[in-house]
Ligand binder design. Structure first.
Ligand code: SF4
Length: 55
């Protein structure tokens, strides 16, 4: 399995801030290589906090 198999994630601009768990994503979405709204929302919040502290 390669990172490119995770189609939602490999080009995501929040991946550096994401603590994605394939098990949690599978439970929430039924797709092992997908993403789920909660995980993406948390990554977005972490990214926003990082950028606001940096500016
Ligand atoms: S789970 Fe969501 S926020 Fe995390 S890398 Fe994948 S698409 Fe991006």
């Amino acid at each position: 399995m390669k990172f490119s198999d995770f189609e939602d994630c490999h080009s995501c601009d929040k991946k550096e801030f994401c603590s994605r768990s394939s098990g949690l994503v599978y439970l929430n979405s039924g797709k092992y290589t997908g993403s789920d709204k909660h995980t993406c929302d948390v990554a977005g919040i972490v990214k926003d906090m990082y950028l606001s502290e940096k500016s």
